[in-house]
Write a protein that binds this ligand. Structure first.
Ligand code: TRP
Ligand code: SF4
Length: 359
């Protein structure tokens, strides 16, 4: 097997699946799985059969994600969420893309006006540049969606502080409000019609999904919502080998977009599965299964499976050296940025034509 489902040995994702009570992602459930699904980067989910059935039987369902309008940069995690939203959107999901302006206000101290400005100038066009189809998407700001208010109030009667602590570790007022608002985001489309829902997230967002599913159970007689399904993708590892890219370590983190020269410089120092010397690598080959650069190829840079397989094999046999391999990553990132910038500018010009949900 060239592209094994657990891929790198970077984190025990199997353990996460067991500890969180997730189901393993089974790509056979989904028609024409995307690259992330095919390569095991999407690795788990909840209630996926329900979404698979909806796709196969052409029943209504929706996909939903939220934008935090904080820094005017995206990261690879956002990119994966968008690719998955796009997959479901192309497979018939009604799509909602919300701006979490209320959450940004209480959790990050960003005013509603500032959140709006950033979302319109940067985040929404960036999401469109990465593949969300604006014509098939409903956008909204949390602060302008009155249906959320009703739900947040209704939900507040159904949770207890101890349950909240069990899920989040802490229970402070702003956290509670942000979490209930997020549950309302996920469920409000069902006020009109009960439908399955899919929320693609990184595993760090799983507490929100658990809380929302609990709320569905507890409001069964009142609302009768269908519990949301979710899918989880792995993190893009940091260039120094730690589990997740983080802005707190700028030298090991690639942003979207970022000046390609700066990215290529960082890539040069990335942790690889290469050997001590060129001679040794020619003789023994490299270790792509332990290599951050290979992981980047696999997750983001190399679209075609045959091309990825070739990199893997050429690395294993010592034909490909890390310097050239990093050069490939550098070229791909440069190309990606150019395309992103073009699409971004185009999307920005059309921003006033988007459909925003109000009251
Ligand atoms: N809390 C999410 C974040 O920090 C943003 C968000 C708000 C969201 N509502 C949502 C994500 C609903 C998914 C679904 O990024
Ligand atoms: Fe990693 Fe590429 Fe070096 Fe192989 S050749 S170890 S895949 S950087």
């Amino acid at each position: 097997m060239l592209i094994d489902p657990w891929g790198s040995e970077l984190l025990e994702y199997e353990k996460v699946v067991n500890d969180f009570g997730l189901e393993l992602f089974n790509k056979k459930l989904f028609p024409k799985p995307n690259r992330l699904m095919n390569r095991g980067i999407v690795f788990a989910g909840r209630d996926l059969k329900r979404i698979s059935d909806a796709i196969k039987r052409k029943k209504k369902f929706y996909a939903l994600t939220g934008i935090m309008p904080t820094a005017q940069k995206l990261h690879f995690g956002n990119k994966m969420v968008i690719e998955n939203i796009r997959y479901f959107q192309e497979n018939g999901a009604k799509t909602f893309l919300l701006v979490a302006d209320l959450e940004a206000m209480i959790a990050r101290k960003i005013s509603l006006e500032e959140a709006r400005r950033r979302a319109l100038e940067f985040h929404i066009p960036a999401y469109i540049a990465l593949g969300i189809n604006p014509k098939k998407t409903f956008f909204y700001f949390q602060s302008e969606n009155r249906k959320l208010t009703k739900l947040v109030y209704a939900f507040s009667r159904r949770i207890t502080l101890s349950e909240f602590r069990a899920i989040y570790g802490k229970a402070d007022p702003e956290r509670i409000l942000a979490a209930l608002t997020q549950a309302a985001d996920i469920l409000f489309p069902q006020l009109d019609e009960k439908m399955p829902c899919i929320v693609p997230v990184g595993i760090d967002q799983d507490p929100h999904i658990r809380l929302t599913r609990d709320i569905v159970r507890r409001t069964k007689t009142e609302f009768g919502f269908i519990a949301p399904s979710s899918i989880y993708h792995k993190y893009t590892p940091s260039l120094d080998g730690s589990i997740k890219m983080s802005k707190s370590k700028p030298e090991s983190c690639i942003e979207l977009p970022e000046d390609p020269d700066s990215v290529c410089r960082k890539l040069k120092r990335a942790l690889t599965g290469g050997r001590e010397t060129i001679e040794e690598q020619r003789k023994k080959g490299g270790q792509p299964e332990k290599c951050i650069v290979f992981e980047l190829h696999k997750q983001h840079f190399i679209e075609r499976d045959d091309e990825l397989a070739k990199i893997f094999n050429d690395c294993k046999t010592g034909k490909l050296l890390c310097k050239e391999c990093k050069q490939i990553a550098c070229e791909r990132y440069t190309k990606f940025t150019e395309e992103f910038n073009k699409k971004f500018e185009k999307a920005r010009k059309k921003i006033d034509r988007l459909k925003f949900l109000k009251d």
